[in-house]
Design a protein around this ligand. Structure first.
Ligand code: URA
Length: 251
């Protein structure tokens, strides 16, 4: 006798938090679930490690071993796995297993949200410039930027590695600038502000694509919810026309 291979699709969906077994069966019945691009039917068996399972075109995080942490990085903490100088790193305080890596990087003196995962595919998409994931920063700068300076930040700043892409920029208070960029160049926000005559005194990342959290204290972390993961997957949704341009970026 040969045993059927894989697990029942509705069981996998329920396990990763899509909904109750019943709800998952309804989604399959409604034709909302595809496996490797083909509409799935009830009873379909899948291998969650190799099959691409999507609900309404959005891949679900079915890798049973994948973890996704959102950290509120404190100032002075290094975005690296290992610091030769022994300074605190973003991995301190996180579970040792499974081993995760930061998605992109924040400078040692930058605070705020950083995603860490062992999901290489999602990391690739989040850091690949062609996906253009927004990152929102609050920059406390020296002095009060003029309208002209804000306009330059918005339209593109000449840096030594080229002009920056258009950004969304607004002045919140006298010296706090909200900057949304989708590039991930090294020290980009600091260099942009410096270039318009307003060096950054404090920099905080408050959003990565759809991810925000105003409740995590400095150094605190939590796992992403299934809903957040799905929204994130949607933000970097597979679009073959965008997969073959450019190279990876720092984030
Ligand atoms: N821009 C910076 O200048 N620093 C960061 O850490 C992130 C974006």
């Amino acid at each position: 006798m040969t045993l059927p291979e894989g697990e029942r699709l509705q069981k996998v969906l329920a396990r990763v938090g899509v909904g109750s077994r019943r709800r998952c069966e309804e989604l399959i019945d409604a034709g909302s679930v595809t496996v490797n691009g083909q509409v799935a039917t009830l009873g379909r068996r899948v291998d969650p490690r190799t099959d691409l399972i999507e609900i309404d075109g959005v891949a679900i995080g079915v890798r049973p071993d994948a973890v996704y942490y959102l950290l509120n990085k404190a100032a002075g903490v290094i975005t690296t796995a290992d610091d030769p100088q022994g300074r605190p790193t973003v991995l301190d305080g996180l579970p040792a297993e499974p081993r995760v890596h930061p998605v992109g990087r924040l400078d040692a003196d930058t605070e705020g949200l950083l995603l860490l995962t062992n999901d290489g595919e999602l990391t690739h998409r989040l850091t690949h410039p062609s996906f253009g994931i927004d990152k929102e920063y609050l920059a406390e700068v020296q002095g009060t930027p003029s309208r002209g300076a804000l306009r330059t930040l918005r339209s593109g700043v000449e840096l030594d590695d080229g002009v920056t892409a258009p950004a969304t920029v607004s002045l919140l208070e006298g010296n706090v600038v909200r900057i949304v960029i989708h590039e991930g160049r090294n020290r980009q926000v600091r260099r942009m502000c410096e270039a318009v005559g307003h060096p950054v005194r404090r920099l905080v990342r408050v959003r990565i694509g759809p991810l925000r959290d105003t409740r995590l204290g400095p150094g605190e972390w939590r796992e992403l919810s299934t809903g957040e993961l799905r929204t994130l997957e949607r933000a970097v949704r597979r679009d073959p026309s965008r997969l073959d341009c450019g190279t990876g970026a720092a984030g």
